[in-house]
Design a protein around this ligand. Structure first.
Ligand SMILES: Nc1nc2c(c(=O)[nH]1)N[C@H]1C(S)=C(S)[C@@H](COP(=O)(O)OP(=O)(O)OC[C@H]3O[C@@H](n4cnc5c(N)ncnc54)[C@H](O)[C@@H]3O)O[C@H]1N2
Ligand code: MOO
Length: 388
């Protein structure tokens, strides 16, 4: 059995950054921008008024009067210059007319007809946003996962289309004679396929496209057929049939189809029978069937592989620290990812850790990580965890 770290490194070796595609800015949210975007203009493209008031020249003082000679609005420049003793009525966002050095806010003047007079104690700020104060033409935004604020910046830069990494298409294949889909009528010895729904949602939340393929029954022929349907995907994820039982056929069938195995079995709990490799050119991750095992392996391996394919780098899940709420015994030869709950800076593992308990998983907000052969831990000890 190899370590979790070694297994993850081999998973990263199986994947490569996907090619890019061009999308309209409107559809770029949560996509990974693959190449730097370049500002096509200054922002603001002109010195702009930050307030509603009057643009004046020089350094006026209380009691000074000006003739209002015109108006500048947002989108409507005043085409002329402001000289001594002159003012231009101006509104927020309007270009500051030539010659003006300051915008006096309208609250600070009295106006009679076309003449304004500066009140005592007027605000002395210029209320002018210099040209290019936000960014200059040619400024670049580095590749990143695009959040809503990034879209505003790209739009302001007049970037209408973005080059993003293609979404990884992930085939999800549940296997087993015992499985039926939610809403179907299970026989007494059957259960409902559940893991696939969590994994598909995880794939989609991470920026991929999940394809739920038909459940493969426990025959070599059916597994062959369903695995063959996944040939055009970027990643094949199977669920179940990974262990040592007579009906655990995934590895055998995949190998008969030419699977180049990267590893099988890791020192991890839950998730020991995890398998990975390359099947006819497509990276493949064989998850154990137990619901918690498959979903935990989804967090530890599937999502990092997807992030690597999206160009977000080859890194495992972020590991954080908390204080153990209660003592724990020594750990055995497999790293234990315990379902746990955080409360302030404390973390408490659930008492029941059976990898079939979906209810506990839904109550957990963290995986408490107990390393291989960790000695007993006391309440208050610092431990690692992965947020769920
Ligand atoms: N003799 C041994 N038996 C087992 C070992 C072992 O080392 N020696 N390992 C155990 C561990 S650990 C795990 S994990 C499981 C993994 O087995 P498989 O990957 O072969 O999974 P299955 O046997 O197909 O299923 C296990 C369990 O999960 C249920 N299942 C499967 N798929 C789904 C699904 N899509 N949705 C919901 N539930 C699913 C299935 O019905 C079984 O109950 O093996 C242990 N055995
Ligand atoms: O390793 Mo299995 O995934 O513990 O239940």
């Amino acid at each position: 059995m190899i370590s979790v770290e070694e297994a993850l490194a081999r998973c990263f070796d199986l994947v490569a950054v996907l090619p890019t595609e061009t999308v309209a800015l409107r559809h770029a949210a949560e996509r990974v921008m693959a190449v730097p975007a370049v500002a096509r203009r200054d922002q603001p493209p002109f010195a702009a008024s930050a307030m509603d008031g009057y643009a004046v020249a020089g350094d006026p003082v209380a009691g000074d009067s000006f003739d209002v000679i015109g108006e500048a609005g947002a989108g409507h420049a005043f085409h002329g210059a402001v000289g001594a003793g002159q003012a231009v009525r101006i509104f927020t966002g309007a270009p500051v007319p030539q010659g003006a050095t300051r915008v006096v806010i309208q609250e600070d003047v009295t106006r009679e007809g076309a003449r304004i007079t500066l009140k005592p104690d007027a605000d002395t700020g210029t209320h002018i946003r210099p040209k290019g104060q936000d960014f200059r033409a040619g400024a670049t935004i580095a590749p990143r996962l695009l959040r809503p604020n990034d879209l505003a910046l790209l739009a302001a830069m007049n970037v209408a289309e973005v080059q993003v990494t293609r979404r990884p298409v992930v085939a999800i294949i549940a296997t087993g004679d015992e499985l039926v889909m939610p809403g179907e009528d299970p026989a007494p010895d059957q259960i409902i396929a559940s893991n696939s729904f969590a994994l598909a949602a995880m794939v989609e939340a991470a920026g991929g496209e999940a394809r739920l393929l038909p459940i493969a029954r426990d025959t070599e022929a059916e597994l062959f057929t369903v695995l063959s349907m996944a040939g055009s995907c970027d990643l094949i994820v199977t669920i179940g049939g990974a262990s040592v039982g007579d009906h655990d056929l995934v590895g055998r069938v995949a190998e008969s189809m030419g699977l180049a195995r990267a590893f099988y079995k890791i020192a991890m709990r839950p998730g020991k029978p995890l398998m990975a490799g390359r099947l006819r050119g497509v990276p493949m991750l064989g998850l154990p069937g137990n619901p918690v095992s498959s979903i935990v392996c989804g967090h530890l391996f599937l999502l990092p592989m997807m992030r690597a394919m999206l160009g977000l780098g080859a890194a495992g899940p972020e590991v954080r620290q908390a204080l153990l709420a209660e003592a724990l015994p020594a750990n055995g030869p497999r790293a234990h990812y315990m379902r746990a709950r955080l409360s302030g800076d404390r973390i408490a593992p659930f008492e029941r850790q059976d990898s079939a308990l979906i209810t506990i998983l839904t109550e957990a907000d963290a995986l408490l990580v107990r390393p291989v052969s960790a000695p007993p831990a006391a309440a208050g000890d610092v431990v690692d965890y992965i947020a769920l």
